[in-house]
Design a protein around this ligand. Structure first.
Ligand code: ASP
Length: 465
């Protein structure tokens, strides 16, 4: 008999059907055995009657987590037994056949709770079980819907999704790189991308005009509640645009996304308010202000753009560094200062950040599309000619080949999903997140590698901290 999904059982009253799934719970009432079976679409109550002895005693061996295929008749539940809380609450399956597809050892924790009562280490070690719980099933599926929405929306607007390399070279986004030793080029290292920044700009030089990517990024930072060492950005870049074009494109996509997938949520203000960095710092003491008028309202979304950031800030050793992105263009009225390398602390960048309810969920800028201003940025940062050439020579060269004016943005997709799903922690919207100290407890990563591998790579471990 062909399998039907549990969500379809109410439409099949009186029919003989077959369902498959996991045993989610069990209650014995005298001679009757009640089993809850769960598949990806819902839970169904199944009853083993005492009349068929063989079937009844097989049913008696079922434990939570067993994987089963059941056949039986979908019947209306007796009045008073209806469960209005679930979509299949008025029916049950009177089991006529049972096949145990797999057994399950006793799970290390209950799966019918939200899991937040448990220590995280245990949840991470058995993440594949943790993911079975309803809350996480919902989060991961919502994540997929959001990504699908973005893909459809941008494809509709003629953006092209282009994958860029993971094995690459250091690109400055203000964090440490994860590095990968090269076997074929002994003694050399790839860096994992902190963002696809340079590649997406090079795609503009290549003439794609509208790029996006659901991009995996890697930043070796001390992890916090709202950070993971590897995370996902909605990364985009557009040619022949000004700041207003990028802002408008992103604002309409965010509004569209909320309307379609989170119709219960209210956006406090559209167009999203704009606030300068200086004003944000003065009024709210942060560059990601929480503008919600009612902070108790779980469905209120207060987006805002923060603009007019300083381009440079001082390092501890009195040298200059960029505040956001070295590839950004200064505001037009400050281009002259950049070119003359004067009033460095007063140069404002075209950077725009977007904040939601007090969290930064994205940022981007219009870029220097000519080589000379980009060179000046690196000079201001005190980079030598050689360093500029070896680290960024390819960018300077590429911009010399007719780079169009361009700009873009990246959203921290995980953080946005966390806020939209109302989860307390970013790890709740990842399939397999790392712990606070960057470990995968289930796979036991990072792990040591063999002497042979080290030798091939030409690497010697000096001392383990
Ligand atoms: N590359 C930037 C980042 O990851 C985003 C951008 O400027 O487009 O923060």
């Amino acid at each position: 008999m062909e399998r039907i999904l549990i969500s379809k059982t109410p439409e099949n009253k009186g029919q003989n059907v077959s369902v498959s799934g996991w045993i989610w719970g069990r209650r014995d009432h005298g001679k009757l055995i009640f089993i809850d079976v769960k598949d990806r679409t819902g839970t169904l109550q199944c009853v083993f009657l005492p009349n068929n002895k063989e079937l009844h005693s097989l049913g008696d061996t079922l434990r939570t987590g067993f994987v089963v295929r059941l056949e039986g008749q979908v019947s209306e539940r007796p009045k008073g037994m209806v469960n209005a809380e679930i979509p299949t609450g008025e029916v049950e399956l009177q089991v006529t056949a049972l096949e145990i597809l797999n057994e399950c050892v006793t799970p290390p924790f209950a799966l019918d709770t939200d899991g937040l009562e448990l220590g995280e280490d245990l949840r991470m070690k058995y993440r594949y079980l943790d993911l079975r719980r309803d809350r996480l099933q919902k989060n991961i599926r919502t994540r997929f819907q959001i990504i699908q929405f973005i893909r459809n929306w941008l494809a509709e607007k003629e953006f092209v999704e282009i994958e860029t390399p993971i094995l690459t070279k250091s690109t400055p986004e203000g964090a440490r790189d994860y590095v990968v030793p090269s076997r074929l080029q002994n003694g050399k290292f790839y860096a994992l991308p902190q963002a696809p920044q340079q590649y997406k700009q090079l795609l503009m030089v290549a003439g794609f005009e509208k790029y996006f990517q659901i991009a995996r990024c890697f930043r070796d930072e001390d992890t916090r509640g709202d950070r993971q060492p590897e995370f996902t950005q909605m990364d985009m870049e557009m040619s022949f645009v000004e700041r207003e074009d990028v802002i408008a494109e992103n604002e309409s996509m965010l509004i569209g996304l909320v309307k379609e997938l989170f119709p219960n949520k209210k956006i406090q203000e559209t167009p999203f308010p704009r606030i300068s960095y200086a004003e944000a710092m003065e009024k709210y003491g942060t560059d990601r202000p929480d503008l919600r008028k009612d902070k108790e309202d779980k469905d209120l979304l207060a987006f805002c753009w923060v603009i007019d950031f300083p381009f440079f800030e001082k390092n501890d050793d009195n040298t200059w560094t960029f505040t956001h992105n070295p590839f950004s263009k200064p505001k037009n009225e400050h281009m002259e200062w950049l070119m003359k390398k004067e009033k460095i602390g007063e140069i404002l960048t075209t950077q725009y950040d977007i904040a939601l309810n007090g969290f930064e969920i994205g940022g981007g800028s219009i870029r220097n599309h000519k080589p000379e201003p980009l060179r000046k940025v690196f000079e201001i940062m005190g980079f030598s000619e050689e360093r500029i050439a070896s680290n960024f020579g390819h960018m300077l060269t590429a911009l010399g080949y007719g780079a169009p004016p361009h700009g873009g943005i990246a959203w921290g997709l995980d953080r946005l999903i966390t806020l939209l799903t109302g989860e307390p922690n970013i790890r709740e919207v990842f399939s397999f997140p790392k712990t606070g100290d960057g470990r995968d407890l289930m796979m036991d990563a990072p792990a040591e590698i063999s002497e042979k591998q080290l030798k091939e790579l030409g690497i010697k471990i000096l001392d383990k901290k």
